[in-house]
Design a protein around this ligand. Structure first.
Ligand code: CMC
Length: 391
Protein backbone atom coordinates (compact mmCIF):
# COMPACT_ATOMS: atom_id res chain seq x y z
CA UNK A 1 0.00 0.00 0.00
CA UNK A 2 0.99 3.60 -0.24
CA UNK A 3 1.19 5.91 -3.20
CA UNK A 4 4.84 6.01 -4.15
CA UNK A 5 6.72 6.14 -7.39
CA UNK A 6 8.49 2.83 -7.88
CA UNK A 7 11.95 3.65 -9.18
CA UNK A 8 14.38 0.80 -8.50
CA UNK A 9 17.95 1.97 -8.87
CA UNK A 10 16.73 5.60 -8.87
CA UNK A 11 16.94 5.83 -12.64
CA UNK A 12 14.56 8.77 -12.83
CA UNK A 13 14.61 10.32 -9.37
CA UNK A 14 16.60 13.47 -8.60
CA UNK A 15 17.58 13.23 -4.95
CA UNK A 16 18.93 16.75 -4.54
CA UNK A 17 19.79 20.02 -6.25
CA UNK A 18 23.48 20.40 -6.94
CA UNK A 19 25.64 23.04 -8.62
CA UNK A 20 28.77 20.89 -8.80
CA UNK A 21 28.76 18.59 -11.84
CA UNK A 22 26.67 18.45 -14.99
CA UNK A 23 26.36 15.40 -17.25
CA UNK A 24 24.55 15.13 -20.56
CA UNK A 25 24.68 11.39 -21.10
CA UNK A 26 23.24 11.49 -24.63
CA UNK A 27 25.77 14.01 -25.89
CA UNK A 28 28.69 12.69 -23.82
CA UNK A 29 29.18 16.00 -21.98
CA UNK A 30 30.73 16.34 -18.53
CA UNK A 31 31.23 19.71 -16.81
CA UNK A 32 32.71 20.45 -13.37
CA UNK A 33 31.23 23.74 -12.17
CA UNK A 34 30.55 24.58 -15.82
CA UNK A 35 34.05 23.79 -17.12
CA UNK A 36 34.25 21.04 -19.78
CA UNK A 37 36.21 18.02 -18.61
CA UNK A 38 38.35 18.14 -21.78
CA UNK A 39 39.62 21.63 -20.88
CA UNK A 40 40.29 20.73 -17.27
CA UNK A 41 42.10 17.56 -18.37
CA UNK A 42 44.32 19.58 -20.67
CA UNK A 43 45.07 22.65 -18.59
CA UNK A 44 44.29 22.08 -14.94
CA UNK A 45 45.68 19.95 -12.11
CA UNK A 46 43.93 17.66 -9.65
CA UNK A 47 44.60 20.02 -6.77
CA UNK A 48 43.06 22.92 -8.68
CA UNK A 49 40.08 20.74 -9.63
CA UNK A 50 39.60 19.81 -5.97
CA UNK A 51 39.48 23.53 -5.16
CA UNK A 52 37.05 24.16 -8.01
CA UNK A 53 34.70 21.39 -6.89
CA UNK A 54 34.81 22.51 -3.29
CA UNK A 55 34.54 26.28 -3.69
CA UNK A 56 32.74 26.60 -7.03
CA UNK A 57 35.28 28.82 -8.82
CA UNK A 58 38.79 28.40 -10.17
CA UNK A 59 41.28 29.81 -7.66
CA UNK A 60 43.46 32.87 -8.14
CA UNK A 61 47.18 32.18 -7.77
CA UNK A 62 47.02 33.35 -4.17
CA UNK A 63 43.96 31.21 -3.38
CA UNK A 64 45.58 28.21 -5.01
CA UNK A 65 48.79 28.62 -3.02
CA UNK A 66 46.85 28.98 0.22
CA UNK A 67 44.77 25.88 -0.58
CA UNK A 68 47.79 23.79 -1.51
CA UNK A 69 49.60 24.94 1.61
CA UNK A 70 46.63 23.99 3.76
CA UNK A 71 46.18 20.56 2.11
CA UNK A 72 49.92 19.91 2.34
CA UNK A 73 49.96 20.66 6.05
CA UNK A 74 47.20 18.19 6.82
CA UNK A 75 48.76 15.22 5.04
CA UNK A 76 50.14 13.46 8.12
CA UNK A 77 48.07 10.68 9.60
CA UNK A 78 47.96 10.20 13.35
CA UNK A 79 50.65 7.72 14.46
CA UNK A 80 48.00 5.73 16.31
CA UNK A 81 46.48 4.82 12.93
CA UNK A 82 49.42 2.49 12.34
CA UNK A 83 47.96 0.21 15.01
CA UNK A 84 44.78 0.05 12.97
CA UNK A 85 46.80 -1.09 9.97
CA UNK A 86 48.63 -3.67 12.04
CA UNK A 87 45.30 -5.20 12.98
CA UNK A 88 44.60 -6.25 9.40
CA UNK A 89 45.63 -9.56 7.92
CA UNK A 90 48.64 -9.21 5.67
CA UNK A 91 46.53 -10.04 2.62
CA UNK A 92 43.59 -7.71 3.39
CA UNK A 93 42.23 -5.94 0.33
CA UNK A 94 43.43 -2.31 0.41
CA UNK A 95 39.83 -1.10 -0.09
CA UNK A 96 38.85 -2.93 3.11
CA UNK A 97 41.71 -1.24 4.93
CA UNK A 98 40.98 2.18 3.43
CA UNK A 99 37.32 1.95 4.36
CA UNK A 100 38.13 1.00 7.96
CA UNK A 101 40.98 3.44 8.53
CA UNK A 102 39.20 6.44 6.98
CA UNK A 103 36.11 5.62 9.09
CA UNK A 104 38.32 5.52 12.17
CA UNK A 105 39.34 9.14 11.53
CA UNK A 106 35.95 10.07 12.96
CA UNK A 107 37.24 8.92 16.35
CA UNK A 108 40.09 11.43 16.10
CA UNK A 109 38.00 14.38 14.99
CA UNK A 110 34.61 14.02 16.55
CA UNK A 111 34.47 16.01 19.76
CA UNK A 112 36.13 19.07 18.24
CA UNK A 113 33.91 19.05 15.17
CA UNK A 114 31.06 21.53 15.36
CA UNK A 115 28.90 20.47 12.43
CA UNK A 116 27.05 23.81 12.50
CA UNK A 117 30.23 25.76 11.94
CA UNK A 118 31.08 26.12 8.22
CA UNK A 119 34.77 26.59 9.04
CA UNK A 120 34.83 23.29 10.93
CA UNK A 121 33.15 21.57 8.03
CA UNK A 122 35.61 23.08 5.58
CA UNK A 123 38.53 21.90 7.67
CA UNK A 124 37.13 18.36 7.74
CA UNK A 125 36.95 18.46 3.92
CA UNK A 126 40.57 19.64 3.69
CA UNK A 127 41.70 16.93 6.10
CA UNK A 128 40.02 14.27 3.99
CA UNK A 129 41.56 15.49 0.72
CA UNK A 130 44.95 15.61 2.46
CA UNK A 131 44.90 12.37 4.44
CA UNK A 132 43.22 9.88 2.13
CA UNK A 133 46.33 9.55 -0.12
CA UNK A 134 48.55 9.09 2.94
CA UNK A 135 46.29 6.38 4.30
CA UNK A 136 45.98 4.76 0.85
CA UNK A 137 49.76 4.56 0.44
CA UNK A 138 50.11 3.26 4.00
CA UNK A 139 47.59 0.48 3.25
CA UNK A 140 49.61 -0.51 0.20
CA UNK A 141 52.91 -0.56 2.06
CA UNK A 142 51.39 -2.56 4.89
CA UNK A 143 50.13 -5.10 2.37
CA UNK A 144 53.65 -5.63 1.00
CA UNK A 145 55.30 -5.47 4.42
CA UNK A 146 57.11 -2.18 3.90
CA UNK A 147 57.35 0.54 6.56
CA UNK A 148 54.94 3.43 6.13
CA UNK A 149 56.55 6.43 4.45
CA UNK A 150 55.72 9.92 5.73
CA UNK A 151 54.43 12.50 3.25
CA UNK A 152 57.11 14.71 1.74
CA UNK A 153 55.65 18.17 2.03
CA UNK A 154 58.06 19.70 -0.45
CA UNK A 155 56.27 17.81 -3.22
CA UNK A 156 52.90 18.53 -4.75
CA UNK A 157 49.90 16.24 -4.40
CA UNK A 158 50.44 13.49 -6.99
CA UNK A 159 54.22 13.29 -6.66
CA UNK A 160 53.88 13.20 -2.91
CA UNK A 161 51.54 10.25 -3.22
CA UNK A 162 53.84 8.37 -5.62
CA UNK A 163 56.73 8.89 -3.21
CA UNK A 164 54.70 7.54 -0.30
CA UNK A 165 53.87 4.51 -2.41
CA UNK A 166 57.26 3.65 -3.85
CA UNK A 167 60.10 5.46 -2.12
CA UNK A 168 62.62 3.46 -0.11
CA UNK A 169 65.06 5.07 2.37
CA UNK A 170 68.25 6.59 0.95
CA UNK A 171 67.30 5.86 -2.62
CA UNK A 172 65.96 8.75 -4.65
CA UNK A 173 62.83 7.75 -6.50
CA UNK A 174 63.28 8.24 -10.23
CA UNK A 175 59.89 9.03 -11.66
CA UNK A 176 59.42 9.68 -15.36
CA UNK A 177 57.48 12.96 -15.73
CA UNK A 178 54.72 11.14 -17.62
CA UNK A 179 53.91 9.11 -14.47
CA UNK A 180 52.82 12.11 -12.39
CA UNK A 181 51.14 13.68 -15.42
CA UNK A 182 49.09 10.54 -16.13
CA UNK A 183 48.10 10.04 -12.50
CA UNK A 184 47.10 13.68 -12.17
CA UNK A 185 44.95 13.32 -15.28
CA UNK A 186 43.28 10.16 -13.96
CA UNK A 187 42.58 11.93 -10.67
CA UNK A 188 41.01 14.90 -12.51
CA UNK A 189 38.77 12.59 -14.54
CA UNK A 190 37.66 10.62 -11.47
CA UNK A 191 37.20 13.60 -9.16
CA UNK A 192 33.42 13.87 -9.43
CA UNK A 193 30.48 12.44 -11.30
CA UNK A 194 27.34 13.87 -9.71
CA UNK A 195 24.95 11.47 -7.94
CA UNK A 196 26.71 8.14 -8.60
CA UNK A 197 26.26 5.35 -6.04
CA UNK A 198 29.14 6.36 -3.76
CA UNK A 199 28.37 10.08 -3.79
CA UNK A 200 24.70 9.36 -3.15
CA UNK A 201 25.84 7.17 -0.26
CA UNK A 202 27.95 10.00 1.17
CA UNK A 203 24.92 12.26 0.89
CA UNK A 204 22.54 9.72 2.40
CA UNK A 205 24.79 9.17 5.40
CA UNK A 206 25.50 12.91 5.52
CA UNK A 207 21.77 13.64 5.60
CA UNK A 208 21.58 12.12 9.07
CA UNK A 209 24.19 14.56 10.40
CA UNK A 210 26.82 11.83 10.76
CA UNK A 211 30.50 12.66 11.08
CA UNK A 212 32.07 13.44 7.64
CA UNK A 213 34.80 10.82 8.00
CA UNK A 214 32.12 8.20 8.56
CA UNK A 215 30.26 9.54 5.49
CA UNK A 216 33.35 9.22 3.29
CA UNK A 217 34.09 5.76 4.66
CA UNK A 218 30.56 4.76 3.58
CA UNK A 219 31.32 6.26 0.15
CA UNK A 220 34.47 4.15 -0.09
CA UNK A 221 32.43 1.03 0.72
CA UNK A 222 29.94 1.87 -2.04
CA UNK A 223 32.71 2.56 -4.52
CA UNK A 224 34.31 -0.83 -3.96
CA UNK A 225 31.72 -2.89 -5.85
CA UNK A 226 32.51 -4.08 -9.39
CA UNK A 227 29.46 -2.30 -10.82
CA UNK A 228 31.01 1.00 -9.66
CA UNK A 229 34.65 1.82 -8.82
CA UNK A 230 35.67 -1.82 -8.56
CA UNK A 231 35.24 -2.05 -12.34
CA UNK A 232 38.80 -0.83 -13.04
CA UNK A 233 40.22 -3.82 -11.16
CA UNK A 234 37.68 -6.12 -12.82
CA UNK A 235 38.63 -4.79 -16.30
CA UNK A 236 42.26 -5.69 -15.86
CA UNK A 237 41.43 -9.15 -14.55
CA UNK A 238 39.08 -9.62 -17.50
CA UNK A 239 41.72 -8.52 -20.03
CA UNK A 240 44.21 -10.90 -18.43
CA UNK A 241 41.72 -13.74 -18.62
CA UNK A 242 40.97 -13.02 -22.28
CA UNK A 243 44.74 -13.01 -22.73
CA UNK A 244 45.16 -12.52 -26.48
CA UNK A 245 43.40 -10.54 -29.18
CA UNK A 246 42.22 -13.72 -30.94
CA UNK A 247 40.09 -14.63 -27.90
CA UNK A 248 38.10 -11.36 -28.05
CA UNK A 249 35.27 -12.81 -30.16
CA UNK A 250 34.58 -15.46 -27.53
CA UNK A 251 34.48 -12.86 -24.76
CA UNK A 252 31.97 -10.77 -26.74
CA UNK A 253 29.70 -13.79 -27.24
CA UNK A 254 29.91 -14.63 -23.55
CA UNK A 255 29.05 -11.04 -22.53
CA UNK A 256 25.95 -11.19 -24.77
CA UNK A 257 24.78 -14.42 -23.18
CA UNK A 258 22.66 -13.43 -20.18
CA UNK A 259 23.08 -16.87 -18.63
CA UNK A 260 26.87 -16.59 -18.55
CA UNK A 261 26.82 -14.12 -15.65
CA UNK A 262 29.62 -12.29 -17.46
CA UNK A 263 29.51 -8.64 -18.51
CA UNK A 264 32.12 -6.69 -20.40
CA UNK A 265 33.71 -4.80 -17.55
CA UNK A 266 34.44 -1.17 -18.34
CA UNK A 267 31.51 -1.09 -20.73
CA UNK A 268 28.15 0.61 -20.28
CA UNK A 269 27.03 3.37 -17.99
CA UNK A 270 23.80 4.34 -16.28
CA UNK A 271 24.00 7.90 -17.60
CA UNK A 272 26.19 7.84 -20.72
CA UNK A 273 24.38 6.47 -23.73
CA UNK A 274 27.21 7.74 -25.88
CA UNK A 275 30.99 7.79 -25.47
CA UNK A 276 32.03 8.50 -21.90
CA UNK A 277 34.12 11.64 -22.56
CA UNK A 278 36.56 10.50 -19.87
CA UNK A 279 37.21 7.23 -21.73
CA UNK A 280 38.29 9.11 -24.85
CA UNK A 281 40.80 11.19 -22.87
CA UNK A 282 42.11 8.16 -20.98
CA UNK A 283 42.59 6.10 -24.12
CA UNK A 284 44.82 8.83 -25.56
CA UNK A 285 46.84 9.05 -22.33
CA UNK A 286 47.13 5.27 -22.24
CA UNK A 287 48.95 5.25 -25.60
CA UNK A 288 51.14 8.16 -24.51
CA UNK A 289 52.15 6.52 -21.22
CA UNK A 290 53.05 3.21 -22.83
CA UNK A 291 54.98 4.99 -25.59
CA UNK A 292 56.94 7.24 -23.24
CA UNK A 293 57.70 4.47 -20.78
CA UNK A 294 58.59 2.12 -23.60
CA UNK A 295 56.19 -0.46 -22.22
CA UNK A 296 54.71 -3.03 -24.53
CA UNK A 297 51.61 -4.36 -22.84
CA UNK A 298 49.73 -6.97 -24.86
CA UNK A 299 46.63 -6.14 -22.80
CA UNK A 300 46.35 -2.83 -24.65
CA UNK A 301 45.96 -4.75 -27.89
CA UNK A 302 43.29 -6.95 -26.29
CA UNK A 303 41.48 -3.85 -25.00
CA UNK A 304 41.56 -2.13 -28.40
CA UNK A 305 40.27 -5.24 -30.19
CA UNK A 306 37.54 -5.64 -27.60
CA UNK A 307 36.42 -2.04 -27.97
CA UNK A 308 36.45 -2.28 -31.77
CA UNK A 309 34.49 -5.53 -31.79
CA UNK A 310 31.90 -4.34 -29.24
CA UNK A 311 31.30 -1.06 -31.05
CA UNK A 312 30.47 -3.04 -34.22
CA UNK A 313 28.23 -5.56 -32.51
CA UNK A 314 24.44 -5.07 -32.63
CA UNK A 315 24.00 -6.11 -29.00
CA UNK A 316 26.22 -3.29 -27.74
CA UNK A 317 25.07 -0.77 -30.36
CA UNK A 318 21.36 -1.27 -29.60
CA UNK A 319 21.90 -0.95 -25.86
CA UNK A 320 24.19 2.05 -26.35
CA UNK A 321 27.02 0.41 -24.44
CA UNK A 322 30.31 2.29 -24.85
CA UNK A 323 33.64 2.05 -23.04
CA UNK A 324 33.49 3.92 -19.74
CA UNK A 325 36.13 5.66 -17.62
CA UNK A 326 37.40 2.36 -16.24
CA UNK A 327 38.12 0.63 -19.53
CA UNK A 328 41.64 1.97 -20.14
CA UNK A 329 42.57 3.33 -16.71
CA UNK A 330 43.87 -0.03 -15.43
CA UNK A 331 46.40 -0.33 -18.25
CA UNK A 332 47.82 3.06 -17.24
CA UNK A 333 47.94 2.13 -13.55
CA UNK A 334 49.66 -1.11 -14.43
CA UNK A 335 52.30 0.74 -16.47
CA UNK A 336 52.88 2.99 -13.43
CA UNK A 337 53.53 -0.17 -11.35
CA UNK A 338 50.40 0.31 -9.29
CA UNK A 339 49.14 -3.16 -8.37
CA UNK A 340 45.68 -4.25 -9.47
CA UNK A 341 44.24 -4.35 -5.92
CA UNK A 342 45.07 -0.65 -5.60
CA UNK A 343 43.12 0.49 -8.67
CA UNK A 344 39.88 1.19 -6.84
CA UNK A 345 41.87 2.88 -4.08
CA UNK A 346 43.20 5.29 -6.74
CA UNK A 347 39.62 6.04 -7.71
CA UNK A 348 38.76 6.65 -4.04
CA UNK A 349 41.61 9.15 -3.61
CA UNK A 350 40.35 11.17 -6.56
CA UNK A 351 36.66 10.86 -5.73
CA UNK A 352 37.28 12.13 -2.19
CA UNK A 353 37.40 15.60 -3.77
CA UNK A 354 33.88 15.10 -5.14
CA UNK A 355 32.54 13.45 -1.99
CA UNK A 356 33.61 16.30 0.26
CA UNK A 357 32.31 18.91 -2.21
CA UNK A 358 28.90 17.20 -2.17
CA UNK A 359 28.95 16.80 1.59
CA UNK A 360 29.74 20.51 2.04
CA UNK A 361 27.04 21.50 -0.43
CA UNK A 362 24.50 19.32 1.33
CA UNK A 363 25.39 20.55 4.80
CA UNK A 364 24.77 24.15 3.79
CA UNK A 365 21.60 23.42 1.79
CA UNK A 366 18.58 24.82 3.64
CA UNK A 367 16.30 22.36 1.80
CA UNK A 368 18.33 19.26 2.70
CA UNK A 369 16.36 16.61 4.54
CA UNK A 370 17.22 13.22 5.93
CA UNK A 371 17.25 10.71 3.04
CA UNK A 372 14.43 8.29 3.60
CA UNK A 373 13.18 6.39 0.55
CA UNK A 374 9.91 4.47 0.75
CA UNK A 375 9.19 0.96 -0.54
CA UNK A 376 6.53 -1.12 -2.20
CA UNK A 377 5.75 -3.73 0.43
CA UNK A 378 5.51 -7.27 -0.97
CA UNK A 379 5.37 -9.32 2.24
CA UNK A 380 2.65 -11.19 4.10
CA UNK A 381 -0.61 -9.58 5.22
CA UNK A 382 -1.11 -9.09 8.93
CA UNK A 383 -1.28 -12.49 10.67
CA UNK A 384 -1.33 -13.93 14.20
CA UNK A 385 1.73 -15.21 15.97
CA UNK A 386 1.89 -19.01 16.34
CA UNK A 387 3.58 -20.47 19.42
CA UNK A 388 6.80 -22.42 18.70
CA UNK A 389 5.30 -25.71 19.91
CA UNK A 390 2.49 -25.39 17.38
CA UNK A 391 4.67 -24.71 14.36
N1 CMC B 1 28.19 -6.10 -20.77
C1 CMC B 1 27.14 -6.75 -21.32
N2 CMC B 1 25.87 -6.31 -21.24
C2 CMC B 1 25.66 -5.17 -20.57
C3 CMC B 1 26.70 -4.45 -19.96
C4 CMC B 1 28.01 -4.96 -20.08
N3 CMC B 1 29.03 -4.32 -19.53
N4 CMC B 1 26.19 -3.36 -19.35
C5 CMC B 1 24.88 -3.38 -19.56
N5 CMC B 1 24.53 -4.48 -20.30
C6 CMC B 1 23.18 -4.82 -20.80
C7 CMC B 1 22.30 -5.36 -19.71
O1 CMC B 1 22.38 -6.76 -19.61
C8 CMC B 1 20.96 -4.87 -20.14
O2 CMC B 1 20.52 -5.70 -21.20
P1 CMC B 1 18.93 -5.98 -21.42
O3 CMC B 1 18.34 -4.67 -21.75
O4 CMC B 1 18.90 -6.97 -22.54
O5 CMC B 1 18.42 -6.55 -20.13
C9 CMC B 1 21.23 -3.49 -20.75
O6 CMC B 1 22.59 -3.58 -21.22
C10 CMC B 1 21.10 -2.35 -19.78
O7 CMC B 1 21.91 -2.63 -18.63
P2 CMC B 1 21.51 -2.30 -17.15
O8 CMC B 1 22.24 -3.22 -16.23
O9 CMC B 1 20.02 -2.21 -17.01
O10 CMC B 1 22.10 -0.81 -17.03
P3 CMC B 1 22.42 -0.02 -15.70
O11 CMC B 1 22.32 1.40 -16.03
O12 CMC B 1 21.61 -0.55 -14.56
O13 CMC B 1 23.94 -0.45 -15.41
C11 CMC B 1 26.30 -0.48 -15.36
C12 CMC B 1 25.04 0.34 -15.69
C13 CMC B 1 27.52 0.44 -15.44
C14 CMC B 1 26.22 -1.02 -13.91
C15 CMC B 1 26.42 -1.65 -16.36
O14 CMC B 1 26.56 -1.15 -17.67
C16 CMC B 1 27.58 -2.60 -16.02
O15 CMC B 1 27.40 -3.52 -15.22
N6 CMC B 1 28.80 -2.37 -16.64
C17 CMC B 1 29.97 -3.14 -16.30
C18 CMC B 1 30.58 -2.62 -15.02
C19 CMC B 1 31.27 -1.31 -15.19
O16 CMC B 1 32.05 -1.10 -16.11
N7 CMC B 1 31.03 -0.38 -14.24
C20 CMC B 1 31.70 0.93 -14.22
C21 CMC B 1 30.77 2.05 -14.45
S1 CMC B 1 31.62 3.59 -14.84
C22 CMC B 1 32.53 3.97 -13.45
C23 CMC B 1 31.71 4.24 -12.26
O17 CMC B 1 30.76 5.03 -12.31
O18 CMC B 1 32.03 3.69 -11.22
Amino acid sequence: TGCFTFDPGFVSTASCRSAITYIDGDQGVLLYRGYPIEQLAKHSSFQEVAYLLMYGELPSKQQFDAFSHEVTHHTMMHEALKSFLNGFRHDAHPMAMLCGVVGSLSSFYHEQLDMDDPEHRRLAAIRLIAKVPTIAAACYRYSIGWPVRYPRNNLEYVNRFLHMMFEVPSEPLELPPVAAKALDLLFILHADHEQNASTSTVRLVGSTGANPYACVSAGIAALWGPAHGGANEAVLKMLEEIGTADQVGKAIEKAKDKNSGFRLMGFGHRVYKNFDPRATIIREMCHKVLDELGVHDPLLEVAMKLEEAALKDDYFVQRKLYPNVDFYSGIIYKALRIPTEMFTVMFAIARTAGWVAHWLEQQSDPDAKIGRPRQIYTGADSRDYVALAKR
